[in-house]
Write a protein that binds this ligand. Structure first.
Ligand SMILES: Cc1ncc(COP(=O)(O)O)c(C=O)c1O
Length: 239
């Protein structure tokens, strides 16, 4: 068989399989446990976060491990908008987004009175100019994908990031189809939140991450201390 559906999901690389097998067989401790098994797992987790942060040109505290792109998108969009709804309730996105972006936005519109402007591609392109024209004083979030999952079209991320430097809206980028294929430095590109998913670049299903420039967003998971206690008010680490 020749497998040609890598945009849907990739097979795991043998390096990822052997790293995971080793961890599952040998370093299976709870990384929060204080015994040596736990400490070993904690060390591996810190190293993984550090390595990933290095690839994105950022610091480890900006990386939040998630269960994949869907969770990363939901966390950034719902978590940021609910936390900041007092500042405004307008969101800008595009008609070519994945459902994991469109549906969390729809949830905010239907349940919390948000308004959304959905940009339609012109000649198969979304431009920064369209975002500029849609921006309002009460826009708090712009969410666009990096690369489209069906056509491979790249969006003008750097231009939109640059534009938003003069506006208080944050920029979320669904980079699920770009991470692992392109070098992406969120801080240089003016990105505030970036979603990624390991199964799109030869990693396992059920693992992803969210790059977040700030911890000033709500978590919809409650009851664990992992990932910087995102279920609690915790804004201090960047200060
Ligand atoms: C652009 C895009 N965003 C989000 C997702 C969802 O990612 P996951 O399968 O990790 O939840 C996908 C998966 O197809 C995608 O292509």
């Amino acid at each position: 068989m020749i497998y040609l559906d890598n945009a849907a999901t990739t097979p795991m690389s043998s390096a990822a399989i052997s790293a995971m097998t080793q961890v599952m067989q040998e370093t299976y401790g709870n990384p929060s446990s204080i015994h040596s098994h736990g400490r070993q797992a904690g060390k591996l987790l810190r190293e993984a976060r550090q390595e990933l942060a290095g690839l994105l040109g950022t610091k480890p505290q900006h990386i939040f491990f998630t269960s994949g792109g869907t969770e990363s998108n939901n966390t950034a969009i719902i978590g940021y908008c609910l936390r900041h709804q007092n500042r405004g309730k307008h969101i800008i996105t595009t008609a070519i987004e994945h459902h994991a972006v469109l549906e969390p936005i729809e949830y905010l519109v239907e349940n919390f009175g948000f308004e959304v402007t959905i940009l339609k591609p012109v000649n198969q392109e979304i431009t920064a100019e369209q975002v500029k024209n849609a921006l309002r004083e009460d826009t708090i979030l712009v969410s666009t994908m990096f690369a489209n999952n069906e056509t491979g079209t790249l969006l003008p991320i750097a231009e939109i990031g640059e534009l938003l430097k003069n506006h208080s809206a944050v920029y979320h980028v669904d980079a699920v189809q770009a991470v692992g294929k392109l070098t992406i430095l969120p801080e240089e590109l003016g990105i505030d939140f970036l979603s990624a998913s390991a199964h799109k670049f030869y990693g396992p299903k059920g693992v992803g991450f969210l790059y977040a420039a700030t911890t000033d967003f709500d978590s919809y998971l409650h009851g664990g201390d992992q990932e910087q206690k995102k279920e609690q008010e915790q804004k201090t680490f960047l200060q």
